[in-house]
Design a protein around this ligand. Structure first.
Ligand SMILES: Cc1cc2nc3c(=O)[nH]c(=O)nc-3n(C[C@H](O)[C@H](O)[C@H](O)COP(=O)(O)OP(=O)(O)OC[C@H]3O[C@@H](n4cnc5c(N)ncnc54)[C@H](O)[C@@H]3O)c2cc1C
Length: 518
């Protein structure tokens, strides 16, 4: 017999061996010996009150064999001689499009401008230490896409758009911890992601798919509004009639190319702002109501904040407890910050994007001349401003939080996890008023919501500009571009995803659409 239960466990109880069995036996009024095992279905922490509770949803197996954690099967076929589907980009969308093609009996041919995960590391080191951005291999470009050297948070709001559980199970199948199947806020960590990505690559190759790294796509041959071939930077051409375009939100050259070829694009609303960094212990003490270090069984605390300011949302984005701020630019001459954390989230700092919604139809009147690329040009200008204010390297402009809000230059800055370094700059006056004034009001409101958040011990760092795509590549109900037959815009770059899981789910859907009638 299997019974599902909700259990509430205090931190003190959590320290005892077999506490879930003990509590289950009590709740069901049975002997502990009758319980063969307890499977955790969901785990979350309730820290709203000083007495912190861990909530478990469990399945209790009574005189019955406990099954394996994961019972999903992935039926990968030998596709070495199957019909091809070309996939541009090997981020989460491209990877999951390729895996789905293999399940459906089609051969994915993946073209990725960046390097494999191992070689990519050298280019990350060059950004952090030499301030040199390799425009094909960086925190956004390369095997695994922007998802590889990220936090690996697997939160998604797009529950209706596919089978989230399938993606989680597949990540576990490829080496992620099965903890992600039960945590309320699952996360993999940047130290674990490269191995998962590498395992996905191996599955694709083993079943006859092809992956070409350091292979940038530069053009498409289109005849009678139908895709015919893909042009590569090395001068080669590949015949292709089904192309999944999963190049991510930072592939500006692809947006420019499509625009030049008069392929329909649309401006898309997005969000931009800064990244704020606090010492982790400050966030822990606010969230866990403690004055000293947090309890050893508790993870580094996170937060989620939102405030409406002058008709636009100001909100926290991609919060990384125990993490690092990283330089996420994809070209020299720009500074872009983002965040990531290792699986243990044990770094000394908590960082988060704090961004303002931008309605492209109302907020960018000076950029109208750029048509569908107006958001992209606005984003670019902000990143160039940050480059100049930082001192024309990957050093980022920064200000103490209180100085930013109160409008004065910081005499000095707090220590930071951002490796290239920070330069004190008047971000309060450098950011466009539209963003700057809303951010300042937003931070003041956040200080009211979380006592201790508004502190001179935090830095704001510029600029958090790549939250989502500022451009949408339209598609019809068959997920095909309405103008170009055989072209399937996919993932975050097309405007159809906003994170690792939603990009992966969209990759699967595009694969299913692309093989129809092939
Ligand atoms: C530092 C950082 C931390 C993040 N943290 C999280 C997180 O914790 N959780 C989360 O859900 N999301 C996170 N994100 C966002 C997440 O990584 C993206 O939403 C996701 O990767 C989008 O997937 P995608 O496949 O659509 O595009 P991408 O991951 O951007 O992949 C696109 C791929 O296409 C390739 N490409 C581009 N142009 C070409 C071309 N012309 N020819 C060939 N290849 C090309 C690129 O090299 C890239 O590998 C983070 C992003 C960054 C940068």
């Amino acid at each position: 017999m299997v019974k599902e239960l909700q259990l509430r466990v205090t931190l003190k109880e959590e320290e005892y061996d077999n506490i879930l069995i003990t509590k289950s036996a009590q709740a069901l009024d049975i002997d502990k010996e009758d319980i063969t095992g307890v499977k955790v279905l969901r785990k979350s922490i309730d820290a709203r009150k000083p007495k912190i509770i861990i909530n478990y949803k469990v399945a209790v197996y009574i005189r019955e064999v406990l099954p394996k954690t994961s019972d999903y099967k992935f039926d990968y076929k030998d596709v070495s001689k199957a019909k091809p589907v070309h996939i541009i980009g090997f981020g989460p969308a491209g990877m999951y499009a390729a895996l789905r093609c293999i399940e459906l009996g089609f051969k994915p041919i993946v073209l990725e401008r960046g390097k494999n995960v191992k070689d990519r590391r050298r280019d990350l080191k060059a950004i952090n230490q030499d301030h040199f951005v390799n425009e094909d291999s960086n925190y956004c470009f390369g095997e695994g896409g922007a998802g590889t050297y990220s936090d690996g948070k697997l939160y998604t709001r797009s529950l209706k758009r596919g089978d989230v559980r399938r993606i989680f199970e597949n990540l576990v199948f490829h080496g992620a911890t099965d903890q992600i199947l039960v945590d309320a806020h699952p996360h993999i960590g940047t130290n674990k992601l490269p191995k998962v990505v590498q395992n996905i690559r191996e599955t694709i190759l083993k079943h006859g798919g092809e992956i070409y790294f350091e292979t940038r796509v530069t053009d498409f041959t289109i005849k009678n509004n139908k895709i015919q071939a893909i042009q590569l930077q090395n001068g080669e051409e590949m015949t292709a009639n089904r192309v999944i375009l999963a190049t991510g939100h930072s592939a500006r050259d692809i947006f420019y190319l499509l625009h030049k070829k008069e392929i329909a694009l649309e401006a898309k609303s997005f969000a931009m702002g800064v990244r704020v960094e606090h010492p982790q212990h400050i966030i822990d003490s606010i969230q866990y109501h403690c004055s000293g270090p947090r309890h050893e069984l508790l993870p580094a605390a996170s937060y989620s904040l939102v405030q409406q300011v002058n008709e636009r949302g100001v909100y926290s984005f991609c919060m990384c407890p125990g993490g690092f701020i990283v330089p996420a630019a994809t070209a020299n001459g720009e500074v872009v910050v983002n965040g990531m954390s290792p699986s243990k989230r044990n770094n000394l700092y908590a960082n988060s994007g704090i961004v303002v919604e931008i309605d492209v139809n109302r907020d960018l009147p000076k950029y109208e001349q750029f048509g569908p690329l107006k958001g992209l040009e606005y984003q670019k200008n902000l990143e160039r401003m940050a480059f100049t204010a930082g001192g024309r390297s990957q050093v980022a402009p920064a200000q103490r939080l209180t100085d930013f809000v109160e409008g004065r230059l910081s005499v000095d800055l707090n220590p930071s996890s951002y490796q290239p370094g920070l330069n004190s700059a008047p971000l309060h006056s450098l950011l466009p008023k539209f963003l700057g004034s809303r951010l300042r009001k937003g931070f003041s409101a956040f200080g009211q919501k979380m006592k201790g958040y508004y502190t001179h011990e935090a830095n704001v760092v510029g600029v958090e500009s790549r939250t989502s795509s500022p451009v949408c590549i339209p598609r019809n109900d068959d997920l095909e571009h309405p103008q170009i037959k055989g072209l399937y815009p996919c993932g975050e770059g097309g405007g159809y995803a906003g994170g690792i899981v939603s990009a992966a789910m969209d990759g699967e859907r595009c694969a299913e659409a692309a093989i129809k009638g092939l």
